[in-house]
Design a protein around this ligand. Sequence first.
Ligand code: DGT
Ligand code: CA
Ligand code: CA
Ligand code: ZN
Length: 591
Amino acid sequence: MPTNAEIAATLTAIADLLDITGANSFKVNAYRKAARAAESEAQDLGALAVADPPALRKIEGIGESIAAKIVELTTTKGIAELERLRSEVPAGLLELLTLQGVGPKTVHLFWNKAGVTDLQSLKHAIDSGALTNVDRMGAKTIENLRTAVAAREAARAQPTRFRLGQAVPIAEAMLLALRTTVGVRQAAFAGSARRGRETVGDLDLLVSCDDHDSVRQAFLSLPFIDRVLANGETRCAALLTGGMQVDLRIVDDAVFGAALLYFTGSKDHNVFLRERAIAAKMRLNEYGLHQAPSGADGPLGALVAAHTEESIYAALGLHCLPPELRELHGGDFARAAPDLVETSHVRAELHAHTTASDGSLSIHELASLAVSRGVHTLAITDHSKASAQANGLSVERLHRHIDAIRTAQADFPTLCLLAGSEVDILADGRLDYDDETLARLDVVVASPHAALRQEPAVATKRLLRAITHPLVHIIGHPTGRILLGREGLAPDMHELAAAAAESGTALEVNCHWSRLDLRDTHVKMAVAAGALVAIDCDIHTADDADNLRYGVATARRGGLLRQSCVNTWEQKSLLGWLKNKKSTRAPHAPR
Ligand code: DGT
Ligand code: CA
Ligand code: CA
Ligand code: ZN
């Protein structure tokens, strides 16, 4: 049965198509009004359409003919008029609706006055000047349109990438199936996913085995596979149902390490290793590290190492570089093993939401989850009042919430429950609660949620103001970007990192795979500046705690050491930092 939101979307689609065909605006507006009514209606309209159809008409904004459409949609899963409109309007016109600044009335004009039927013909109409004769199309409007079309074309030309947190679970499910196949010795994923890159172009799986055929068969019969692209003795490739490509390499177990090293990349790291090999009169490829006594072009000599990555690095005089460092760090860490942060080091979660704002867990459920994860400290940081869409807390509600957290503490003797807030950093850098309120909290995570299209210089100033605020401990998801979705702020991260180091404020790596914010390159800047970093799951539902690995991978890519990550500290040090930062800094002077 359709939800109210689905009914609203269907009514809006009809209204858009009617507008495009140039239908009578009285009729179009009736659909739009009904869509708004459906969206804000508390009763379940689908259920009502089945149980008591006449009741639909009693709802303000829904007339007789649209009530009939809702009944039709609910009982037949479609609406004949919508199908008729869809067959009448060229499909390419619908994409134009998603261009910045283009609505259905404009699309109607494009179609009828300039013969536009899709993006390509719109581009042609702009370039040929055909649009200048269309009503409402001034020079400025046409210029904006040109920009929007170019942006769309650029986005289309980009190869599709998938977010790490969506790709890795698929890779692991496939490996699990392959590992149980007869004859399989080792199985791993390589490529950008193993390096922990925020997005991956394709998955690279590597299997060593005694029987190539059984592995191929097992791979090609995995349930996720939609289409086979290649099926060879040592290499298979397939497209998965979600559109992602998977490459599988099948190798002998003796050379698994060499293949894993090669297919993990990055390409630049492979070049670095090969050059090192040549300098030592050896040669490295996906089959192993060999002696090459007569130089790069001469014949290969004896095998030096191939079974494990460690043995190859060791033969090159290097320690085994963690895969996350094999992209942004060249040979920086090649000589000594850095004490990078690991998931097992994380002992505190400092950013979590409850049902008080937009989380799905109660204080008790969240605390139980934290106990089961083995952390010593949990900060409860619900949204502040400016985040109205997330049910942010008024000062009064916050005070009651703090009391509830203090009361709950008694039920969790092994866990330290901190009363915090994820307070909005307003557009000008002021915080959403006054200092007196903030001073009552154990932890203040300050995050930007709105005004995310600011100029870089304005964003830098805004975030600096929050970083240097003496009552702020952590800057949450500092840029507000959404991977493959929203650019977010583009502040001067060098400047922010320096200020964070100076004021003892931590910058967050938000672990959600749609954020990973700070991103890897930003972590690298924070590390260079000596700033503290927090790695937090920003828990809204229980599953969010599983995202820790992606945040840790991002932090490791930036070279974050264990001791610079506040979540790894012993409880005493952590609480000391939270307190000290509060009392040792000069009181905040209002600007
Ligand atoms: P992606 O898939 O775009 O997210 O990035 P990768 O790094 O997974 O790239 P991919 O799948 O094309 O290749 C996997 C690894 O195999 C890559 O990181 C390094 C190695 N590799 C592939 N082609 C070449 C090459 O032409 N030269 C070198 N040196 N290495 C290569
Ligand atoms: Ca790949
Ligand atoms: Ca690949
Ligand atoms: Zn947030």
